[in-house]
Design a protein around this ligand. Structure first.
Ligand code: GLA
Length: 393
């Protein structure tokens, strides 16, 4: 562990003891990353392929058993803190972020694994609500803590991801797909992971760009998924599948269709539903093309696929909004940016861009200026290496 990080963790342990006092159990340290998605957006609930990677920024957790049968939680980022009885793991509005922890404990226990009292201090270095998946990062952090402390690591990472998704869907009420939890569970340093969201097969693919860097573009426009149109988009896709099935009964998901099937969309009367389906089919095809380009080290083509993806998310899927549109427009107008697009759910949050290494400072100045003029907000630029999935430190 590098010096600065080691100091930071020692400091977190100190704050843990200040908050929770001493007991005879061992204090253990964990890290759960955030993520970006390179390409394959809004298709993880359509049986599509996605291509995300974990970042080196994320959520730290300092944890220790307690013998009181409670979950005692404190966050250094959020106001709410408190105690939740393990005998009463239900969603409580005022518990705010702690609901993610309660949901994980509930569903881990429901699957027959061991749970028990825990004191946990949480600290995240990801901007919260920025669309880099702070919630999935927190879910998997709690999951891995319970996995290591009460189950000797016996819960498979893939299963932890599914429990995380269940927490998000059934406890929190957001109908998200599996991408975020899955990449945070299984991700690998210096690799992006091609995940088939239909079968959950996955393949790590080296992701090291030589003379370019991924620059994350934070709009600083907070995104609240629950309040957003995320669930609505999902229903529109479900409806599209239902309407298309009579023409190709063997399909079980929208992304079972290929670009050769696009003519079938003529059978969907509602223009919005037709547009959502077109996005899903074309975006899935772009993922294959992106992998091919990356494997041939053709970063120019990868960049142009990012731009196409962004255009489709704006025009067909309609999940970008003025802030993301502004930041990606200015990014894409910079000569040495090979491509930029929104990443994650959209409706605010972050974009990603591929920028020539020696032009990064000029790029930032260019985007910051244009974005500020359009929106009055300051853009934030994040450069993070690709890190490992959730792990004990
Ligand atoms: C959010 C969801 C994911 C995925 C993306 C869009 O991050 O949690 O499941 O649907 O949006 O690709």
């Amino acid at each position: 562990m590098k010096g600065i990080k080691k100091n930071m963790i020692n400091n977190l342990v100190k704050q843990f003891i200040d908050s929770f006092g001493e007991n005879e159990h061992e204090i253990r340290k964990f890290f759960s990353p955030s993520r970006i998605n390179i390409i394959g957006e809004h298709i993880d609930y359509n049986g599509g392929k996605v291509f995300p990677c974990p970042l080196e920024i994320g959520t730290y957790g300092i944890a220790r058993k307690n013998d009181d049968n409670v979950l005692r939680l404190k966050s250094l980022n959020m106001d709410h803190q408190g105690e939740i009885s393990l005998d009463n793991l239900i969603y409580v509005e005022e518990n705010d972020w702690m609901n993610y922890a309660a949901g994980m404990l509930k569903f881990i226990a429901d699957e027959g694994y061991h749970t028990g009292g825990l004191d946990i201090l949480v600290f995240g270095d990801i901007p919260n609500g920025a669309g880099l998946s702070s919630s999935a990062s927190l879910e998997l952090l709690i999951g891995e803590i319970v996995n290591q402390i009460y189950n000797d690591g016996e819960i498979q990472k893939e299963n932890l991801a599914l429990i995380g998704k269940k927490t998000e869907n059934e406890f929190i009420g957001l109908n998200s797909g599996i991408m975020d939890q899955f990449i945070i569970a299984v991700g690998k340093k210096d690799h992006a992971t091609l995940i088939d969201t239909n079968t959950l097969d996955y393949r790590h693919i080296p992701f090291q760009l030589d003379d370019t860097t991924i620059v994350i573009l934070n709009t600083n426009k907070r995104r609240e998924l629950k309040d957003s149109k995320y669930n609505e988009r999902r229903s529109e896709c479900d409806l599209a599948l239902e309407l298309l099935k009579p023409y190709k009964p063997e399909i079980t998901a929208l992304c079972d269709l290929t670009e050769d099937d696009l003519h079938l969309l003529e059978n969907i009367e509602d223009e919005n539903v037709r547009k959502r389906a077109e996005h899903a089919i074309r975006e899935n095809a772009r993922v294959y093309k992106a992998i091919e380009a990356l494997e041939e080290n053709d970063i120019e083509t990868l960049g142009s696929l990012l731009v196409q993806s962004n255009d489709s998310l704006r025009e067909l899927f309609e999940v970008t909004g003025p802030h993301l549109d502004s930041i990606t427009k200015h990014a894409n107008s910079f000569e040495h940016c090979l491509g930029a697009r929104m990443t994650g759910a959209g409706f605010g949050g972050c974009g990603i861009s591929i920028v020539k290494n020696d032009e990064i400072e000029n790029f930032k100045a260019h985007v910051a200026k244009g974005y500020k003029e359009d929106t009055g907000l300051d853009a934030e630029f994040i450069i993070s290496q690709v890190g490992d999935g959730v792990h004990e430190l």
